[in-house]
Design a protein around this ligand. Structure first.
Ligand code: A2P
Length: 276
């Protein structure tokens, strides 16, 4: 399979290290640890999701691990991501703690959650975490094009993923081009703009035209840009709805209309405001 390509069934993207990432994942940012998180992950696995995205900073890795165990879905069928909290010092030690909370031997993807304290300092530790077998793939999150260049200059192997806020209203063209040049897969989080993008007039017009919901249109737009996408919901019916994005296509005209909506005013950046 060609590196960077999407598999023939449209379900996974081939990363630069040869590993495959399912195109749709459930994200559990802002889902409280405990029943809300266990249920969301359990429903997602029942409904066919095979990709779950958590982080040390979310405080809910334990619930993700529990839902995975309870689901009966074989471990090797599910792609699990967690992220290094960069307020801590040692990505290797923190990966060990994540694996303990998740009750796993290995995660599929381990990301530097954001470039706190500089873009490159954590990268050697991330590479060591992969070499130790704690993660099959390693990458970054919330890195701009220039931060990506800094980490590539510092490391022996480039990150295979940069997970950023990405949607048609945050269409980071220059960042996605920079990722493409470097063989890095851009992965989208908050594809619904944490819900705000659902009421956009153009999104709504396209949704009515194609007979789908605004959420499905926004998620499908990512897929048609070959961007793996993490969606978040704690409601079973929405988790289900958000997975129904492989059986329809947006036309060239739909895509062109959605492609004009960027509001970032600086598309090489990963975010408009830092939180650290
Ligand atoms: P909830 O978790 O209460 O279902 P994003 O993925 O951009 O971060 O957006 C997540 C937000 O969008 C959450 O508040 C979630 O609410 C809401 N959401 C997720 N899926 C849908 C959907 N299909 N329809 C409406 N709102 C949704």
């Amino acid at each position: 399979m060609t590196v960077g390509a999407v598999t023939a069934d449209g379900r996974a993207r081939v990363l630069a290290d040869g590993n495959q990432m399912p195109m749709l994942g459930l994200g559990v940012w802002q889902v409280p640890d405990g029943p809300a998180c266990v249920n969301a992950v359990r429903w997602a696995l029942e409904l066919g999701y095979r990709h779950i995205d958590t982080a040390q900073a979310y405080g809910n890795e334990q619930s993700v691990g529990r839902a995975l165990r309870d689901s009966g879905v074989p471990r090797e069928d599910v792609f699990i991501t967690t992220k290094f909290f960069p307020g801590h010092k040692d990505p290797v030690a923190e990966a060990g703690q994540s694996l303990r909370r998740l009750s796993l031997d290995q995660v599929d993807l381990y990301l530097v959650h954001w470039p706190q304290g500089g873009a490159a300092w954590a990268w050697p530790g991330m590479e060591r975490a992969r070499e130790a077998g704690f993660a099959r793939s390693v990458g970054v999150s919330n890195f701009s094009a220039s931060e990506l260049e800094q980490v590539i200059a510092a490391g022996t192997t480039p990150p295979v993923v940069n997970q950023v806020q990405f949607s048609s209203l945050q269409y980071r063209r220059r960042l996605i081009e920079a990722c493409l040049r470097r063989g890095v897969a851009l992965e989208a989080y908050s594809p619904l703009g944490t819900g705000r993008n659902l009421s956009d007039e153009t999104v709504d017009r396209v949704a009515r035209r194609v007979g789908r919901t605004p959420a499905q249109v926004l998620l499908r737009w990512c897929l048609q840009h070959d961007v793996p996408v993490i969606s978040k919901s704690t409601h079973r019916e929405r988790i289900d709805q958000n997975a129904q994005i492989f059986g329809f296509a947006l036309s060239e005209q739909d895509m062109a209309e959605l492609d004009t909506l960027d509001q970032t005013n600086g598309t090489d950046r990963a975010l408009e405001r830092k939180w650290w």
